[in-house]
Design a protein around this ligand. Structure first.
Ligand SMILES: [Zn+2]
Ligand SMILES: [Zn+2]
Length: 422
């Protein structure tokens, strides 16, 4: 029986790898402008980290984690998200003791056992930033443009920032009580919402079920319950965004799925191709560091999935010109010249010319066809007659123009010609 990749996983084939390289390089460049430094954490962690960090009442922890016991009987989990591991590392290495504010970003595979569907995978990739060490609303206002400017740079259009404040534990408790008293008698809520009602009533606002949405339509908004400090924090965040000309829409139903969020939560939506897609989500988490065993240390950040981002960009035609075509394909017409061809190809590569050497001597026609398939810019032909005169033929594939060139001169000749359009 043929062995295939596990359900919900996929291979990144060479032509796709180019897109990933480009995306990763762009992320690193833009995050660098904002002063974020990369952190890399293991793909598995102690299960307890996610139970404490994400919260046991979330779908991720309840249903979606890849959890297993290692041979020592320890419960480990493949990371389902990036924030808790980054915070764990921040605490473990006391990065807060280096003074001031810590700005970190991460990028890599995450794992969730979800039902596979279009654009959703069990091994998927995320990147994100975490700004740790300040409660200032300036930090909330600062992480939002990191995301927005990155998406613009990538070429996404029709972006919108949705923003809300879900308050601190104190003001949220009041709100949760109010929601509970209004909704607990409703028997029509979906099964998930019945459960959410017991554990975290605010998450009912997140339900996609149309009937649940109807039933919760008239509930009060969380922003009406904010304590004075949370209220002021929200106002300041908004005023900073206004001042810098960063557009947003207040969305009172936005709550986000993780228990660790406090105050600001936000999403960036892309409505470029009709359907509205959240390309990133994030928010403030003022108690997560403590929850992970560190000192009281506030933080704010966002995470973004990479698969759907690449899919959207592909649909917008972003990758049309992406190619790994070689500059030169070497064509050897006689077995006796195989070693000479190999030497020549090695020389080209040392000169920084991307080259496919000739590994099998075939007819000129067959080799030219292969070079054409590879979309080579030039073909360098080693034929017996030219080689005796110390020369090779250089053929420009775009227009079929051909030159005889001294073999010592050929790499310089190709470099000169590469700079000019045919
Ligand atoms: Zn509050
Ligand atoms: Zn529901």
């Amino acid at each position: 029986m043929k062995i295939t990749a596990p359900r919900g996983t996929f291979d990144i084939l060479p032509e796709d790898a180019l897109r990933w390289h480009w995306l990763e390089a762009t992320i690193r460049r833009i995050f660098g402008y904002y002063g974020y430094q990369e952190i890399r954490t293991p793909v598995f962690e102690h299960t307890e980290l996610f139970q404490r960090g994400i919260g046991t009442a979330t779908d991720i922890v309840e249903k979606e984690m890849y959890t297993f016991n290692d041979k020592g009987g320890r419960s480990l989990t493949l990371r389902p998200e990036g924030t808790a591991p980054v915070v764990r590392s921040y605490v473990e290495h006391k990065l807060y003791s280096r003074g001031g504010i810590t700005k970190l970003f991460y990028m890599g595979p995450m794992f969730r056992q979800e039902r596979p569907q279009a654009g959703r995978f069990r091994q998927f990739h995320q990147f994100g930033v975490e700004l740790l060490g300040t409660e200032s609303p300036l930090a909330d206002a600062e992480v939002i443009p990191v995301a927005v400017e990155l998406y613009k740079e990538l070429g996404l259009t029709d972006l919108e920032v949705l923003l809300n404040s879900i308050g601190c534990p104190a003001c949220r408790e009041e709100y949760q009580k109010e929601l509970f008293s209004r909704l607990s008698s409703l028997r029509e809520l979906c099964v998930s919402c019945q459960q959410r009602l017991q554990k975290n009533p605010m998450r009912l606002l997140d339900c996609k079920n149309p009937r649940c949405r109807e039933l919760t339509e008239d509930v009060p908004q969380v922003t009406d319950y904010l304590c004075p400090a949370c209220s002021e924090h929200l106002e300041k965040t908004l005023s900073f965004l206004d001042r810098a000309g960063i557009g947003y829409r207040l969305e009172p139903r936005l709550v986000r799925g993780f228990d660790y969020y406090t105050r600001t939560v936000f999403e960036v939506i892309n409505s470029g191709l009709g359907a509205q897609n959240a390309v990133c989500g994030g928010g403030r988490y003022d108690h997560l560091v403590e929850e992970c065993g560190g000192p009281p240390m506030p933080g704010v950040g966002f995470a973004s999935g990479m698969e759907r981002l690449l899919l959207t960009l592909e649909q917008q035609g972003k990758f049309a010109g992406f190619s790994s075509a070689p500059q030169v394909v070497l064509v050897v017409l006689d077995e006796k010249l195989a070693a000479d061809g190999f030497e020549l190809a090695t020389g080209f590569r040392r000169e920084g010319i991307t080259t496919e050497s000739c590994l099998e001597v075939k007819s000129l026609k067959a080799q030219l066809r292969a070079a054409d398939k590879l979309q080579a810019k030039f073909v360098v032909i080693l034929g017996e007659d030219e080689w005796k005169d110390g020369q090779v033929s250089v053929r420009r594939m775009a227009d079929g123009k051909q030159w005889r060139v001294d073999r010592e001169e050929v790499s310089r000749f190709i470099k000169d010609l590469s700079g000019r359009e045919p």
